[in-house]
Ligand binder design. Structure first.
Ligand code: ATP
Ligand code: MG
Length: 412
Protein backbone atom coordinates (compact mmCIF):
# COMPACT_ATOMS: atom_id res chain seq x y z
CA UNK A 1 0.00 0.00 0.00
CA UNK A 2 1.18 3.48 -0.85
CA UNK A 3 0.98 5.72 2.18
CA UNK A 4 0.11 8.67 -0.06
CA UNK A 5 -3.11 6.84 -0.93
CA UNK A 6 -4.11 6.02 2.62
CA UNK A 7 -6.78 8.54 3.62
CA UNK A 8 -6.05 8.10 7.32
CA UNK A 9 -3.32 10.23 8.87
CA UNK A 10 -1.39 9.91 12.07
CA UNK A 11 -2.01 12.41 14.83
CA UNK A 12 0.17 13.72 17.61
CA UNK A 13 -2.46 13.63 20.32
CA UNK A 14 -5.22 11.20 21.16
CA UNK A 15 -8.64 12.62 22.15
CA UNK A 16 -8.49 14.07 25.67
CA UNK A 17 -11.26 11.76 26.91
CA UNK A 18 -9.41 8.61 25.83
CA UNK A 19 -7.54 7.22 28.82
CA UNK A 20 -6.60 3.71 27.63
CA UNK A 21 -3.13 3.35 26.11
CA UNK A 22 -4.30 0.84 23.49
CA UNK A 23 -6.96 3.19 22.14
CA UNK A 24 -4.70 6.26 22.40
CA UNK A 25 -2.02 4.65 20.23
CA UNK A 26 -4.46 3.05 17.81
CA UNK A 27 -6.34 6.34 17.33
CA UNK A 28 -3.08 8.26 16.86
CA UNK A 29 -1.95 5.72 14.26
CA UNK A 30 -5.25 5.90 12.37
CA UNK A 31 -6.08 2.26 13.13
CA UNK A 32 -9.41 2.97 14.82
CA UNK A 33 -11.91 5.79 15.17
CA UNK A 34 -13.75 6.46 18.39
CA UNK A 35 -17.48 6.82 17.77
CA UNK A 36 -18.40 7.19 21.45
CA UNK A 37 -17.43 5.62 24.77
CA UNK A 38 -17.02 1.89 24.23
CA UNK A 39 -17.71 2.04 20.48
CA UNK A 40 -14.94 2.09 17.88
CA UNK A 41 -14.78 1.83 14.09
CA UNK A 42 -11.91 -0.07 12.51
CA UNK A 43 -10.11 1.94 9.83
CA UNK A 44 -8.23 0.23 6.95
CA UNK A 45 -5.05 -0.54 8.91
CA UNK A 46 -7.02 -1.64 11.97
CA UNK A 47 -9.16 -4.00 9.92
CA UNK A 48 -6.00 -5.58 8.48
CA UNK A 49 -4.85 -6.46 11.99
CA UNK A 50 -8.28 -7.88 12.91
CA UNK A 51 -8.27 -10.01 9.74
CA UNK A 52 -4.84 -11.44 10.54
CA UNK A 53 -5.95 -12.30 14.07
CA UNK A 54 -9.16 -13.77 12.67
CA UNK A 55 -7.24 -16.03 10.30
CA UNK A 56 -4.99 -17.35 13.04
CA UNK A 57 -8.01 -18.16 15.21
CA UNK A 58 -9.83 -19.74 12.23
CA UNK A 59 -6.85 -22.00 11.47
CA UNK A 60 -6.62 -23.15 15.07
CA UNK A 61 -10.38 -23.77 15.39
CA UNK A 62 -10.52 -25.69 12.12
CA UNK A 63 -7.53 -27.77 13.25
CA UNK A 64 -9.55 -29.14 16.21
CA UNK A 65 -12.66 -29.84 14.14
CA UNK A 66 -14.37 -26.45 14.31
CA UNK A 67 -16.76 -25.61 11.50
CA UNK A 68 -17.52 -21.99 10.72
CA UNK A 69 -20.98 -20.52 10.33
CA UNK A 70 -22.73 -17.23 11.11
CA UNK A 71 -25.56 -16.65 13.53
CA UNK A 72 -27.80 -13.58 13.26
CA UNK A 73 -27.26 -10.48 15.38
CA UNK A 74 -31.00 -9.80 15.83
CA UNK A 75 -32.29 -12.28 18.34
CA UNK A 76 -35.71 -13.83 18.84
CA UNK A 77 -37.29 -13.11 22.23
CA UNK A 78 -39.05 -16.52 22.34
CA UNK A 79 -35.77 -18.38 22.00
CA UNK A 80 -34.23 -16.52 24.95
CA UNK A 81 -37.32 -17.00 27.08
CA UNK A 82 -36.65 -20.76 26.97
CA UNK A 83 -33.46 -20.34 28.97
CA UNK A 84 -34.92 -17.48 31.04
CA UNK A 85 -32.30 -15.00 29.78
CA UNK A 86 -34.60 -12.53 28.02
CA UNK A 87 -35.61 -10.81 31.26
CA UNK A 88 -33.61 -7.62 31.99
CA UNK A 89 -33.60 -8.53 35.65
CA UNK A 90 -31.71 -11.72 34.82
CA UNK A 91 -29.40 -10.22 32.17
CA UNK A 92 -28.61 -6.56 32.75
CA UNK A 93 -26.54 -5.81 29.63
CA UNK A 94 -29.01 -6.45 26.79
CA UNK A 95 -29.47 -3.97 23.98
CA UNK A 96 -33.06 -4.38 22.80
CA UNK A 97 -35.26 -2.65 20.31
CA UNK A 98 -38.88 -2.72 19.07
CA UNK A 99 -40.06 -3.88 15.68
CA UNK A 100 -42.30 -1.60 13.57
CA UNK A 101 -45.03 -4.22 13.50
CA UNK A 102 -44.84 -4.84 17.24
CA UNK A 103 -42.72 -7.13 19.34
CA UNK A 104 -39.18 -6.88 20.63
CA UNK A 105 -35.82 -8.12 19.37
CA UNK A 106 -32.46 -8.19 21.13
CA UNK A 107 -28.94 -7.68 19.81
CA UNK A 108 -26.75 -10.73 20.54
CA UNK A 109 -24.80 -10.40 23.76
CA UNK A 110 -23.75 -14.07 23.56
CA UNK A 111 -24.54 -17.14 21.44
CA UNK A 112 -25.52 -20.14 23.59
CA UNK A 113 -29.25 -19.84 22.92
CA UNK A 114 -28.88 -19.28 19.17
CA UNK A 115 -26.66 -22.36 18.79
CA UNK A 116 -28.74 -24.60 21.06
CA UNK A 117 -31.85 -23.66 19.12
CA UNK A 118 -30.23 -24.30 15.72
CA UNK A 119 -28.60 -27.59 16.73
CA UNK A 120 -31.95 -28.76 18.11
CA UNK A 121 -33.21 -28.76 14.49
CA UNK A 122 -30.43 -31.05 13.31
CA UNK A 123 -29.27 -33.32 16.13
CA UNK A 124 -31.32 -36.50 16.52
CA UNK A 125 -28.95 -39.41 16.78
CA UNK A 126 -25.57 -40.22 18.31
CA UNK A 127 -24.34 -40.19 14.69
CA UNK A 128 -24.92 -36.42 14.57
CA UNK A 129 -22.44 -35.80 17.41
CA UNK A 130 -20.00 -34.42 18.29
CA UNK A 131 -20.37 -31.04 16.51
CA UNK A 132 -18.14 -27.98 16.91
CA UNK A 133 -19.72 -24.99 15.14
CA UNK A 134 -18.35 -21.50 15.63
CA UNK A 135 -18.66 -17.98 14.34
CA UNK A 136 -17.01 -14.59 14.21
CA UNK A 137 -19.57 -12.00 15.13
CA UNK A 138 -20.33 -8.51 16.41
CA UNK A 139 -21.52 -8.72 20.01
CA UNK A 140 -23.42 -5.99 21.86
CA UNK A 141 -23.31 -5.48 25.60
CA UNK A 142 -24.52 -2.51 27.57
CA UNK A 143 -21.38 -2.57 29.73
CA UNK A 144 -21.38 -0.27 32.77
CA UNK A 145 -17.67 0.54 32.41
CA UNK A 146 -15.93 1.45 29.17
CA UNK A 147 -12.56 2.88 30.12
CA UNK A 148 -10.35 0.18 28.63
CA UNK A 149 -10.44 1.26 24.97
CA UNK A 150 -11.03 -1.62 22.58
CA UNK A 151 -10.43 -4.08 25.41
CA UNK A 152 -13.96 -3.49 26.72
CA UNK A 153 -16.39 -2.30 24.10
CA UNK A 154 -20.17 -1.96 24.12
CA UNK A 155 -19.93 -3.37 20.61
CA UNK A 156 -17.15 -5.85 19.93
CA UNK A 157 -16.08 -8.62 17.57
CA UNK A 158 -15.57 -12.11 18.88
CA UNK A 159 -15.13 -15.74 18.01
CA UNK A 160 -17.39 -18.13 19.84
CA UNK A 161 -17.32 -21.91 19.41
CA UNK A 162 -19.79 -24.28 21.05
CA UNK A 163 -19.09 -27.96 21.51
CA UNK A 164 -21.93 -30.47 21.43
CA UNK A 165 -20.84 -33.84 22.77
CA UNK A 166 -22.54 -37.11 23.57
CA UNK A 167 -21.30 -37.14 27.14
CA UNK A 168 -18.88 -35.62 29.59
CA UNK A 169 -16.03 -37.95 28.59
CA UNK A 170 -16.28 -36.94 24.95
CA UNK A 171 -16.55 -33.32 26.05
CA UNK A 172 -13.38 -33.55 28.14
CA UNK A 173 -11.32 -34.78 25.19
CA UNK A 174 -12.35 -31.77 23.11
CA UNK A 175 -11.93 -29.39 26.05
CA UNK A 176 -8.27 -30.41 26.35
CA UNK A 177 -7.76 -29.91 22.61
CA UNK A 178 -9.32 -26.46 22.89
CA UNK A 179 -6.81 -25.54 25.62
CA UNK A 180 -3.96 -26.37 23.25
CA UNK A 181 -5.58 -24.47 20.36
CA UNK A 182 -6.00 -21.41 22.60
CA UNK A 183 -2.41 -21.61 23.72
CA UNK A 184 -1.40 -21.74 20.05
CA UNK A 185 -3.51 -18.67 19.21
CA UNK A 186 -1.99 -16.50 21.95
CA UNK A 187 1.49 -17.73 21.11
CA UNK A 188 1.08 -17.04 17.41
CA UNK A 189 -0.18 -13.47 17.89
CA UNK A 190 2.87 -12.69 20.03
CA UNK A 191 1.68 -12.62 23.65
CA UNK A 192 2.30 -16.26 24.60
CA UNK A 193 4.96 -15.47 27.19
CA UNK A 194 2.66 -13.19 29.20
CA UNK A 195 -0.55 -15.22 28.87
CA UNK A 196 -1.49 -17.78 31.52
CA UNK A 197 -4.17 -20.43 31.63
CA UNK A 198 -6.16 -19.42 34.70
CA UNK A 199 -8.52 -21.34 36.96
CA UNK A 200 -11.74 -19.35 37.34
CA UNK A 201 -15.25 -19.92 38.59
CA UNK A 202 -16.97 -22.68 36.68
CA UNK A 203 -20.73 -22.53 37.10
CA UNK A 204 -22.82 -25.61 37.86
CA UNK A 205 -21.19 -28.29 35.72
CA UNK A 206 -17.53 -28.06 36.53
CA UNK A 207 -15.48 -26.81 39.38
CA UNK A 208 -13.57 -24.37 37.19
CA UNK A 209 -13.67 -22.62 33.88
CA UNK A 210 -10.39 -21.73 32.24
CA UNK A 211 -9.56 -18.18 31.31
CA UNK A 212 -6.57 -17.11 29.28
CA UNK A 213 -5.26 -14.09 31.14
CA UNK A 214 -2.57 -11.78 29.78
CA UNK A 215 -0.55 -9.87 32.35
CA UNK A 216 -0.84 -6.11 31.83
CA UNK A 217 -1.52 -3.11 34.05
CA UNK A 218 -4.37 -2.28 31.69
CA UNK A 219 -6.22 -5.41 32.81
CA UNK A 220 -9.28 -5.30 35.06
CA UNK A 221 -8.73 -8.73 36.66
CA UNK A 222 -6.42 -9.89 39.45
CA UNK A 223 -4.70 -13.26 39.07
CA UNK A 224 -2.16 -15.20 41.13
CA UNK A 225 0.57 -16.58 38.90
CA UNK A 226 2.83 -19.59 39.40
CA UNK A 227 5.61 -18.66 36.95
CA UNK A 228 7.36 -22.02 37.13
CA UNK A 229 4.20 -23.98 36.33
CA UNK A 230 2.88 -21.40 33.86
CA UNK A 231 -0.60 -21.36 35.38
CA UNK A 232 -2.60 -18.95 37.50
CA UNK A 233 -5.67 -18.63 39.70
CA UNK A 234 -8.27 -15.87 39.35
CA UNK A 235 -8.92 -13.83 42.49
CA UNK A 236 -12.59 -14.87 42.30
CA UNK A 237 -11.67 -18.45 43.30
CA UNK A 238 -8.45 -17.72 45.23
CA UNK A 239 -8.89 -19.51 48.57
CA UNK A 240 -6.51 -21.65 50.63
CA UNK A 241 -8.59 -24.73 49.88
CA UNK A 242 -8.64 -24.21 46.11
CA UNK A 243 -4.96 -23.31 45.87
CA UNK A 244 -4.15 -26.51 47.72
CA UNK A 245 -6.53 -28.62 45.62
CA UNK A 246 -4.69 -27.43 42.49
CA UNK A 247 -1.41 -28.63 43.92
CA UNK A 248 -0.17 -25.05 44.20
CA UNK A 249 1.44 -23.22 47.07
CA UNK A 250 0.46 -19.67 48.03
CA UNK A 251 4.08 -18.69 48.56
CA UNK A 252 4.85 -19.45 44.87
CA UNK A 253 1.98 -17.29 43.63
CA UNK A 254 2.49 -13.68 42.56
CA UNK A 255 -0.42 -11.24 42.33
CA UNK A 256 -0.73 -9.56 38.91
CA UNK A 257 -3.18 -7.41 36.99
CA UNK A 258 -4.37 -9.15 33.85
CA UNK A 259 -6.97 -9.12 31.08
CA UNK A 260 -9.06 -12.10 30.04
CA UNK A 261 -8.34 -12.53 26.32
CA UNK A 262 -10.30 -15.77 26.03
CA UNK A 263 -12.11 -18.39 28.03
CA UNK A 264 -13.31 -21.96 27.80
CA UNK A 265 -16.24 -23.19 29.80
CA UNK A 266 -18.05 -26.46 30.50
CA UNK A 267 -21.77 -25.78 30.11
CA UNK A 268 -22.94 -29.35 30.59
CA UNK A 269 -26.70 -29.61 30.05
CA UNK A 270 -27.51 -26.07 31.22
CA UNK A 271 -28.76 -25.13 27.74
CA UNK A 272 -29.57 -28.51 26.20
CA UNK A 273 -32.14 -29.06 28.95
CA UNK A 274 -34.32 -25.97 28.39
CA UNK A 275 -34.02 -26.40 24.60
CA UNK A 276 -34.78 -30.14 24.73
CA UNK A 277 -31.56 -30.75 22.82
CA UNK A 278 -31.35 -34.55 22.96
CA UNK A 279 -30.03 -37.42 20.87
CA UNK A 280 -30.81 -41.12 20.68
CA UNK A 281 -27.94 -43.38 21.68
CA UNK A 282 -27.14 -46.79 20.14
CA UNK A 283 -29.86 -48.39 22.27
CA UNK A 284 -32.44 -45.84 21.12
CA UNK A 285 -32.53 -44.05 24.49
CA UNK A 286 -32.80 -40.27 24.76
CA UNK A 287 -29.84 -38.38 26.24
CA UNK A 288 -29.17 -34.68 26.74
CA UNK A 289 -26.33 -33.21 24.68
CA UNK A 290 -23.31 -32.11 26.78
CA UNK A 291 -22.08 -28.62 25.85
CA UNK A 292 -19.07 -26.34 26.19
CA UNK A 293 -18.33 -22.76 25.13
CA UNK A 294 -15.09 -21.24 23.88
CA UNK A 295 -14.75 -17.45 23.37
CA UNK A 296 -12.07 -15.02 22.24
CA UNK A 297 -12.56 -11.25 21.83
CA UNK A 298 -10.64 -10.12 18.76
CA UNK A 299 -10.74 -6.42 19.58
CA UNK A 300 -9.72 -7.16 23.14
CA UNK A 301 -6.87 -9.31 21.85
CA UNK A 302 -5.70 -6.56 19.47
CA UNK A 303 -5.83 -4.01 22.31
CA UNK A 304 -3.93 -6.38 24.58
CA UNK A 305 -1.19 -6.88 21.97
CA UNK A 306 -0.81 -3.09 21.82
CA UNK A 307 -0.71 -2.78 25.61
CA UNK A 308 1.89 -5.54 26.00
CA UNK A 309 4.23 -4.91 23.06
CA UNK A 310 4.19 -1.12 22.52
CA UNK A 311 6.97 1.22 23.67
CA UNK A 312 7.32 4.99 24.18
CA UNK A 313 7.54 5.59 20.41
CA UNK A 314 4.36 3.75 19.54
CA UNK A 315 2.93 0.42 18.55
CA UNK A 316 5.07 -2.69 18.00
CA UNK A 317 3.26 -5.43 16.07
CA UNK A 318 4.38 -9.02 15.96
CA UNK A 319 4.98 -10.14 12.37
CA UNK A 320 1.94 -12.41 12.44
CA UNK A 321 -0.62 -9.64 13.00
CA UNK A 322 1.11 -6.54 11.55
CA UNK A 323 -0.82 -4.97 8.66
CA UNK A 324 2.45 -5.16 6.72
CA UNK A 325 5.78 -6.78 7.47
CA UNK A 326 7.76 -3.88 5.97
CA UNK A 327 7.57 -0.12 6.07
CA UNK A 328 9.54 1.27 3.13
CA UNK A 329 10.63 4.83 3.84
CA UNK A 330 11.79 6.85 0.88
CA UNK A 331 13.89 9.84 1.94
CA UNK A 332 12.90 12.54 -0.51
CA UNK A 333 15.85 13.54 -2.67
CA UNK A 334 16.64 15.58 -5.76
CA UNK A 335 18.39 12.47 -7.03
CA UNK A 336 15.76 10.63 -9.07
CA UNK A 337 17.53 7.31 -8.40
CA UNK A 338 16.12 7.32 -4.86
CA UNK A 339 12.48 7.27 -5.95
CA UNK A 340 13.31 4.78 -8.69
CA UNK A 341 15.00 2.40 -6.25
CA UNK A 342 12.22 2.73 -3.67
CA UNK A 343 9.58 2.01 -6.33
CA UNK A 344 11.50 -1.06 -7.49
CA UNK A 345 11.88 -2.33 -3.95
CA UNK A 346 8.15 -1.81 -3.27
CA UNK A 347 7.29 -3.75 -6.40
CA UNK A 348 9.62 -6.55 -5.44
CA UNK A 349 8.37 -6.92 -1.85
CA UNK A 350 4.80 -6.55 -3.06
CA UNK A 351 1.90 -4.37 -1.96
CA UNK A 352 0.57 -7.09 0.36
CA UNK A 353 3.78 -7.08 2.40
CA UNK A 354 4.81 -3.43 2.47
CA UNK A 355 3.46 0.00 3.20
CA UNK A 356 5.51 2.43 1.14
CA UNK A 357 5.94 5.95 2.49
CA UNK A 358 6.09 7.81 -0.82
CA UNK A 359 4.81 11.07 0.71
CA UNK A 360 6.57 14.39 0.24
CA UNK A 361 7.46 14.82 3.92
CA UNK A 362 10.57 15.47 6.04
CA UNK A 363 12.58 12.42 7.14
CA UNK A 364 11.85 13.08 10.82
CA UNK A 365 8.10 13.02 10.26
CA UNK A 366 8.34 9.79 8.29
CA UNK A 367 10.46 8.10 10.96
CA UNK A 368 8.08 9.16 13.74
CA UNK A 369 5.09 7.86 11.77
CA UNK A 370 6.78 4.54 11.04
CA UNK A 371 7.62 4.10 14.74
CA UNK A 372 4.04 4.95 15.74
CA UNK A 373 2.51 2.57 13.17
CA UNK A 374 4.71 -0.29 14.32
CA UNK A 375 5.49 -2.47 11.28
CA UNK A 376 8.18 -5.02 12.25
CA UNK A 377 10.82 -3.82 9.74
CA UNK A 378 11.56 -0.36 8.40
CA UNK A 379 13.61 -0.13 5.22
CA UNK A 380 15.10 3.28 4.58
CA UNK A 381 15.91 4.17 0.99
CA UNK A 382 18.26 7.17 0.85
CA UNK A 383 20.72 8.80 -1.53
CA UNK A 384 23.52 7.97 0.91
CA UNK A 385 23.04 4.23 0.60
CA UNK A 386 21.74 3.46 -2.87
CA UNK A 387 25.13 4.13 -4.39
CA UNK A 388 26.47 1.19 -2.35
CA UNK A 389 23.48 -0.91 -3.39
CA UNK A 390 22.38 -1.19 0.25
CA UNK A 391 19.41 -0.24 2.43
CA UNK A 392 19.17 0.68 6.06
CA UNK A 393 17.04 -1.85 7.92
CA UNK A 394 15.58 -1.04 11.32
CA UNK A 395 14.02 -3.68 13.52
CA UNK A 396 11.10 -1.86 15.18
CA UNK A 397 11.10 -4.04 18.29
CA UNK A 398 14.81 -4.00 19.13
CA UNK A 399 15.69 -0.70 17.46
CA UNK A 400 18.68 -2.43 15.88
CA UNK A 401 19.81 -0.86 12.60
CA UNK A 402 21.92 -2.60 9.97
CA UNK A 403 22.85 -2.28 6.32
CA UNK A 404 21.28 -4.89 4.12
CA UNK A 405 21.24 -5.82 0.45
CA UNK A 406 18.16 -6.44 -1.67
CA UNK A 407 18.99 -10.15 -1.66
CA UNK A 408 19.09 -10.28 2.14
CA UNK A 409 15.68 -8.56 2.41
CA UNK A 410 14.19 -11.52 0.55
CA UNK A 411 15.43 -13.86 3.26
CA UNK A 412 13.92 -11.94 6.17
P1 ATP B 1 -15.18 -10.08 31.25
O1 ATP B 1 -15.12 -11.02 32.41
O2 ATP B 1 -13.89 -9.46 30.91
O3 ATP B 1 -16.29 -9.10 31.32
P2 ATP B 1 -16.73 -12.10 30.05
O4 ATP B 1 -16.35 -13.17 30.99
O5 ATP B 1 -18.03 -11.43 30.21
O6 ATP B 1 -15.57 -11.01 30.00
P3 ATP B 1 -17.37 -13.78 27.83
O7 ATP B 1 -18.81 -13.49 27.86
O8 ATP B 1 -16.97 -15.11 28.27
O9 ATP B 1 -16.56 -12.64 28.59
O10 ATP B 1 -16.81 -13.47 26.38
C1 ATP B 1 -15.76 -14.20 25.76
C2 ATP B 1 -14.61 -13.29 25.39
O11 ATP B 1 -15.06 -12.11 24.76
C3 ATP B 1 -13.80 -12.79 26.59
O12 ATP B 1 -12.86 -13.73 26.96
C4 ATP B 1 -13.17 -11.53 26.02
O13 ATP B 1 -12.01 -11.85 25.26
C5 ATP B 1 -14.23 -11.01 25.07
N1 ATP B 1 -15.02 -9.92 25.64
C6 ATP B 1 -15.95 -10.00 26.62
N2 ATP B 1 -16.51 -8.81 26.87
C7 ATP B 1 -15.90 -7.93 26.02
C8 ATP B 1 -16.03 -6.53 25.79
N3 ATP B 1 -16.94 -5.80 26.45
N4 ATP B 1 -15.25 -5.95 24.84
C9 ATP B 1 -14.36 -6.69 24.15
N5 ATP B 1 -14.19 -8.01 24.32
C10 ATP B 1 -14.95 -8.64 25.25
MG1 MG C 1 -15.03 -13.49 32.41
Amino acid sequence: MRQSQLFTKTRREAPADETAKNAQLLIRGGYIHKEMAGVYSYLPLGLMVIKKIENIIREEMNAIGGIEMKTSVLQNKEVWEKSNRWNDEVVDNWFKTRLKNGGEVGLSFTNEEAYSNILKQYVNSYKDLPAYPYDFKEIFRNEARSKSGIMRGREFYWKALYSFSKDEAEHNVFYEKAKVAYKNVFGRVGIGSSTYITFSSGGTFSKFSHEFQTVTDAGEDIIYVDEAKGISVNKEVYTDKIVESLGLNKKDLVEKKAVEVGNIFTLGTKFSEPFGLKYKNEKGEDNLVFMGSYGIGLGRLMGTIVEVLSDDKGIVWSETVAPFKFHIIELISENSEVKKTAEELYKEIGEANAIYDDRDLRAGEKFADADLLGMPYQIIVSEKNIAAGKFELKNRKTGEIKMISREEIKNL
